[in-house]
Write a protein that binds this ligand. Structure first.
Ligand SMILES: [Cu+2]
Length: 168
């Protein structure tokens, strides 16, 4: 019985692996390893992350995102205010030619606002990205555990990060 369970576990691991190396391409733009963080049951916001490579010779911009999982999807960055990192919407993200832009916890991210239901680990979330030059690109974000890099907690939206802030 143990052997069978072990084999089943290995089979699952083998199945999951290709999804983690996922790449999505539109024109000169390649998005790799898109993922979203699992959310607690009561959360109404969540974050999404990815690497974006511009393989072209012209600059491009990520200008928007949408998803059936939330009525509003924004592009966000983090800015330092004293000792505190706060999230702030940006209207685009520059993608210089030949460069890779990382959207990651603590930095640039996609923000899902008004989640209909929690993001559950191992589920896959469809997101449509809008690029100024490359057009629209549908990607699949793999949902990873809530424990992954906790410092980008979505509660930052409600000012939860701000309590430690000192105004000089
Ligand atoms: Cu945000």
């Amino acid at each position: 019985m143990k052997t069978i369970l072990l084999a089943a576990g290995l089979a699952v691991a083998a199945f999951v692996q290709p999804a983690m190396a996922a790449e999505f391409t539109a024109g000169s733009i390649t998005v790799s390893e898109p993922w979203a963080r699992a959310t607690p049951p009561t959360a109404r916001v969540g974050g999404g992350f990815m690497q974006i490579v511009n393989n072209g010779e012209q600059p491009d911009r990520l200008v928007g995102a949408s998803s059936p999982i939330a009525p509003d999807v924004e592009l966000h960055t983090h800015v330092r205010e004293g000792e505190v990192m706060r999230m702030r919407p940006v209207d685009h993200i520059d993608l210089p030619p030949g460069e890779t832009v990382s959207m990651q916890p603590g930095g640039l991210h996609v923000m899902f606002i008004g989640l209909e239901k929690p993001l559950v680990q191992d589920e896959v979330v469809p997101v449509t990205l809008e690029f100024e030059q490359a057009g629209s690109l549908e990607i699949q974000m793999e949902v990873r555990g809530v424990g992954a890099m906790l410092r980008d907690v979505p509660e930052g939206h409600q000012g939860g990060h701000g309590h430690r802030g000192q105004h000089h």
